[in-house]
Design a protein around this ligand. Structure first.
Ligand code: ITT
Length: 207
């Protein structure tokens, strides 16, 4: 089975590769097909944005006949982000763009910390959300899987693994940031790990 990852986020690709390592799948991404264009994420939910990405890349792949017809081909798009209770759910679907386009991940972490200044520990609840949309390219059959990872926003930046908001997020049940955990530990508890394992279970059950 071939799985094409419809994302330009290298952090996501690295994680999907690790999570799917033990499964009999050939993994590629839109980078491998030279697709550099990205859709505008105009949805108002994670699910809508994942669907926009899925439809956009599906059209390109079908139009250019980029998939291998001799095999089962799945296209996977995902929309994810972090919802912070004290910020009324922000950055949410705007996680990749929080504070404006000119910022990098560390600037965004600094901005969150600044906006959370003075917020007591008990009010620093947050969660990562991952919505995965999958389509079987030949039969156009679509699935959706959601995963959450609950935790707290820390008081500073800690750790250098992972990507995005990992350095300021302390997962429930741990005393360190997501960016301080070994990658395999993150995969076990992460929103992406949970959603991807639901997808794998569905695929295996359907066989
Ligand atoms: P694609 O649309 O190409 O997939 P993107 O980075 O724009 O890439 P999203 O719109 O889904 O993807 O934005 C997700 C953002 O949420 C991401 O850029 C991070 O800032 C944050 N995020 C998602 N998952 C994360 C994780 O596991 N750890 C840390 N931050 C994460």
């Amino acid at each position: 089975m071939n799985i094409i990852l419809a994302t330009h986020n290298r952090g996501k690709i690295e994680e999907f590769k690790r999570i799917l390592l033990d499964y009999p799948v050939n993994l590629s991404s839109v980078f491998d097909y030279g697709i550099t264009l990205e859709p505008e994420e105009t949805g108002v939910t994670f699910s809508e944005n994942a669907q926009i990405k899925l439809d956009y890349y599906l059209k390109i792949i079908k139009k250019n006949k980029l998939h291998d017809n001799s095999n089962k081909n799945l296209l996977i798009a995902e929309d994810s982000g972090i919802e912070i209770e004290a910020l009324n759910g922000e950055p949410g679907i705007l996680s990749a763009r929080y504070g404006g386009e000119g910022l990098n991940s560390m600037d965004r972490n600094d901005l969150v910390l600044k906006n959370m200044q003075g917020v007591a520990s008990k009010n620093r609840k947050a969660r990562f959300v991952c919505c995965i949309k999958v389509v079987d390219i030949e039969i156009d059959f679509k699935y959706e899987f959601i995963g959450y990872s609950e935790g707290m926003i820390m008081d500073n930046i800690y750790g250098s693994k992972g990507f995005g908001y990992d350095p300021i997020f302390k997962p429930l049940g741990y005393n360190v940031s997501m960016a301080s955990l070994q990658p395999e530990v993150k995969d076990k508890i992460s929103h992406r790990g949970l959603a991807t394992r639901k997808l794998i279970k569905e695929l295996l059950d359907a066989r």
